[in-house]
Ligand binder design. Structure first.
Ligand SMILES: *Cc1c(COP(=O)(O)O)cnc(C)c1O
Length: 346
């Protein structure tokens, strides 16, 4: 068969369901329940459609300069992709050889990483986290690259910045710290990427979660210039279209709006965690816009189905480590009240 061996064997990544029924309370893909900045609406309304005649800026200068300004680095240290999922795919192509390169990641973590390794046709080297899902790294661990979600998903637990920094210093391969949820956390690792001593670490962010722009497709990473140049070398010429560049820039020019939404979501997160604990749930401490929580009857799959019948969608990961839990995105207060009511004993 002409289909590549590794592609034939591939199970592929399973995204969360995107139901079209607007009555569904959608708490299954960590989208932001609040709209993006009004500056995005203004930029969209004033967008001159005639500009679409021209190719977009292949090096997206304007957004890179703004990202550099926000994060205190040079624009030559910034790469931008069509969602951070594209940045991840390019990362595996730029820094991991086929077939002998090895990609490491924690178990459990974002389930795209093993799929990307299979697509790349490289080796996997997962590191099992302990039962409480806190940091654990074997003394002699080695791989070509390690992809680290911090705060982690789907657990919501943040690894301490100093522990991550010590790992990056010692690790001989390249590290990518996926900070998709860092805006919801108390701390982040961006200074590891921007430090002049750093030669092997990239920190990645996305506009999909905290900036409410999952539908736009905009993710970026920051790190040492030689690594960023490698990503530019292999990317599609025009991977960021005019809409992504224009609307992404508008969003990045209004951090206050993002921060106000994040503050609301963090407050809702703490309230719902407390209420679920009151109902007997085991709720992991979350630094993200979701909760990873075990229902009191130890019947996560049943609760998942029961919620679905009530038109509330959450996420259930049937793999052994994650099967006791449900991942519940933090929605509006009204949506979370509906969830709490749906799980309360009759
Ligand atoms: C949501 C998510 C992403 C995907 O971000 P996009 O920019 O939408 O591609 C990447 N990593 C993690 C851990 C995520 O949860």
């Amino acid at each position: 068969m002409p289909i590549c061996r590794n592609v034939q064997a591939l199970a592929g990544y399973t995204p969360g369901e995107q139901p079209s029924d607007p009555d569904i309370i959608k708490l299954n893909t960590n989208e932001n329940p609040y709209p993006p900045s009004p500056k995005v609406a203004e930029a969209l309304a004033s967008f001159d459609y005639r500009k679409l005649r021209l190719y977009p800026d292949p090096l997206f200068h304007a957004v890179r300069e703004r990202i550099a300004e926000i994060n205190g680095c040079r624009s030559g240290q910034v790469f931008v992709g069509n969602g951070s999922d594209e940045v991840l795919a390019l990362f595996t192509r730029a820094f991991v050889e086929t077939p002998d390169g090895t990609i490491g990641y924690f178990d459990p973590t974002y389930s795209l990483y093993p799929v990307l390794t299979e697509i790349r046709d490289s080796r996997k080297s997962p590191v099992a986290l302990p039962d409480d899902f806190t940091w654990r790294m074997p003394e002699d661990y080695d791989a070509s690259a390690f992809i680290l979600t911090n705060p982690n998903a789907p657990t919501g637990i943040a690894f301490p910045r100093d522990v991550v920094a010590a790992f990056c210093r010692k690790f001989r391969g390249i590290v990518l710290i996926d900070e998709a949820y860092a805006d919801f956390a108390d701390a982040n690792c961006m200074d590891i990427a921007t430090s002049p001593e750093n030669a092997n670490t990239l920190v990645m962010r996305t506009l999909s979660k905290s900036f409410s722009l999952a539908g736009l497709r905009f993710g970026y990473c920051i790190g040492p210039e030689p690594l960023i140049e490698a990503l530019f070398k292999i990317k599609d010429s025009y991977n960021m279209d005019w809409f992504s560049q224009t609307l992404g820039l508008a969003a990045l020019n209004d951090l206050d709006s993002m921060r106000a939404n994040v503050a609301k979501i963090r407050a809702t997160r703490e309230r719902v965690a407390t209420e679920l604990r009151g109902l007997g749930w085991h709720v992991l401490p979350s630094q993200t816009n979701f909760l990873f929580a075990e229902p009191p009857g130890h019947n996560a799959a049943e609760v998942f189905e029961a919620l679905k019948r009530k038109h509330i969608y959450v996420r259930y990961f049937p793999a052994p480590r994650t099967a006791p839990y449900l991942r519940i995105t933090i929605g509006t207060d009204a949506q979370m009240d509906a969830l709490l009511q749906a799980v309360a004993p009759e």
